[in-house]
Design a protein around this ligand. Structure first.
Ligand SMILES: [Zn+2]
Length: 338
């Protein structure tokens, strides 16, 4: 198909005519390609979702596997999960890797995706199969590893979870990221390593902490937009901490997750958190209210709140905690200037 493409692009109107003709003559691969070109508006075809759907449908009904999966994607994007699942299932019977993965995600994540017959066990068994050497699909290993380490949707099994994460992210003991993994997976895995969820006792060990920070470094370098920059700035600061400091930074998973302010708070030492900024509020109080303001889009409020914390810590705090607040308020001031 690759060599074909060069010719196609040189002579677009001719190619369009040829595909339409072949597709109309019931040539299944051409029907699929027409569906794809109309769906995305490619090689000279105007984007037209309904035409894309019609051609996918023709090819899918004749058993074309990629057409079945793409049709599933189309319905999924329209939040029609029952219809998406119907078409994914047809491609899954033929063990199409991406259809298996996309179907597993739908089964994993109600209420975001919910449909009759939605079942976490189906998600687990699809992820398991995709993790076997015959598929060796790293995105599935990470998804399943996170499920086991989190222990919310399936019973927690940190040993199995960690094994899967290591297989996907640290084969041969060294970090290796392949392109099946998106930045969001890497962020989640980093947070799981940092907060002790890869360990039976829920305490991060130094080896896991360092792995977590290595993963989160990738997230920072990528400029990932899905998470507030003040939080990523915190991680960036932690990278420079000594081993001892790292160990005290992260609290057990039970009171520090990547999704709440406790994760930020856990970066500070208790002595600094307890210091008073004014007669009523401690450093911890002000940091929490500033994070809330930042989340609500009040960058100014957050910035000025943190200036009070900064003044207090500069006078009487430890250098590590002062560094965190400096970094976070630098990031906030950049945002305010935008
Ligand atoms: Zn401190």
């Amino acid at each position: 198909m690759g060599e074909h493409f060069a010719d196609v692009e040189k002579n677009i109107p001719e190619a369009c005519k040829w595909y339409e003709k072949a597709a109309n003559q019931e040539h299944v691969e051409s029907q699929f390609l027409l569906g794809f070109y109309y769906r995305f508006g490619d090689v000279g075809f105007p984007a037209d979702i309904e035409k894309g759907r019609q051609w996918y449908m023709k090819a899918a009904k004749k058993g074309h596997v990629r057409a079945q999966r793409r049709l599933g994607d189309l319905y999924r994007n329209e939040n029609n999960y029952a219809e998406a699942v119907k078409w994914y299932n047809k491609a899954v019977i033929k063990r199409d890797k991406l259809a298996m993965f996309h179907l597993a995600i739908l089964h994993e994540a109600p209420p975001d995706y919910s449909f009759p017959g939605c079942d976490i066990d189906i998600a687990v068994s699809l992820y398991e199969e995709l993790s076997t050497p015959s598929f060796n699909y790293k995105a599935a290993m990470v998804s399943l590893g996170l499920l086991y380490c989190d222990g919310e949707k399936v019973s927690r099994n940190e040993i199995e979870g960690k094994k899967l994460l290591e297989m996907a992210l640290f084969p041969n003991g060294k970090l290796e990221i392949d392109d099946s993994l998106d930045i969001y997976d890497i962020w989640l895995a980093g947070a799981v390593y940092c907060t002790g969820r890869t360990n039976t006792n829920s305490e991060p060990n130094l080896d896991d902490l360092n792995k977590g920070i290595e993963l989160l470094d990738i997230v920072i370098a990528d400029g990932f937009q899905g998470y507030p920059p003040d939080r990523l700035e915190l991680v960036k600061r932690m990278r420079n901490f000594s081993d001892d400091r790292r160990k005290t930074c992260f609290r057990p998973a039970s009171n520090a997750t990547e999704n709440n302010d406790d994760f930020i708070i856990s970066g500070f030492c208790r002595s600094c958190l307890n210091k008073k900024v004014n007669s009523r509020d401690s450093v911890e109080d002000i940091i929490r209210s500033s994070l809330k303001m930042a989340d609500n889009g009040n960058g100014f409020g957050a910035f000025f709140g943190l200036q009070g914390v900064l003044a207090t810590l500069k006078e009487d705090g430890c250098p590590a905690c002062t560094g965190i607040v400096e970094g976070v308020s630098d990031e906030l001031s950049k945002l305010i200037k935008k």
